[in-house]
Design a protein around this ligand. Sequence first.
Ligand SMILES: Nc1ncnc2c1ncn2[C@@H]1O[C@H](COP(=O)(O)OP(=O)(O)OP(=O)(O)O)[C@@H](O)[C@H]1O
Ligand SMILES: [Mg+2]
Length: 226
Amino acid sequence: MITLEGISKSYDLGSVQISALKGIDLAIDRGEFITVMGPSGSGKSTLLHILGILDSPDAGTYRLEEHDLMTLSDKELSRIRNQHFGFVFQSFNLFNEFNAFENVMFPLMYAGIRGSERRERARSLLVQVGLEHRLYHYPNMLSGGEQQRVAIARALANDPTLILADEPTGNLPSDKGEEILQILDGLNRDGVTVVMVTHDDVLGKRGSRCVRLRDGVVESDTGRAA
Ligand SMILES: Nc1ncnc2c1ncn2[C@@H]1O[C@H](COP(=O)(O)OP(=O)(O)OP(=O)(O)O)[C@@H](O)[C@H]1O
Ligand SMILES: [Mg+2]
């Protein structure tokens, strides 16, 4: 599904350059559940941003199915991003002035889905994450676990083939984190590919494969043939 080769990314901070990724090779097959682990600053979020085309690498190649992403225009890249990826972040990133239902309707509106169908789909996504009783709650009336479930429903709106989750359970107590994991597991069983960053050793073993980063390189990868 995805092949990264020699992906590098540096951040220029005036006089200093920080090499966040130093030549990452990674192939992701459809249907995998990959956990990404590694110390703080090892490049996990940077890698996730590049995978999700939220950021572009300085060097290397990124192939997604038949597309060579390095050759595409920004417009084509955003189309691919919207078509393929769903994002879930540690801090939920919901719009506070909109309720759960409206938060999930946003991407559907951008996708040009009309009123009644949009409402129907937003409702069914919230039902899917167990929030049928919280449709009209605003984020500040929802628990952290509930907010994260709204964020997952929103990430699913465009029917993504790949979910990119950056420490989705990082702000949650472990029982609520477990609920999020079960939702991601269920999506993965339904065929959605999942890449999840986590600091939690127990959760890190829950995927089908664990990639460990250190100082911007892949230190180990349980999916790579020895
Ligand atoms: N926008 C930025 N500008 C400058 N440096 C950055 C930027 N984003 C990340 N970095 C640096 O790049 C390196 C990798 O950062 P990254 O956020 O990918 O780490 P991480 O593995 O996700 O860490 P954490 O576990 O703390 O979230 C770090 O040294 C970080 O300071
Ligand atoms: Mg990070």
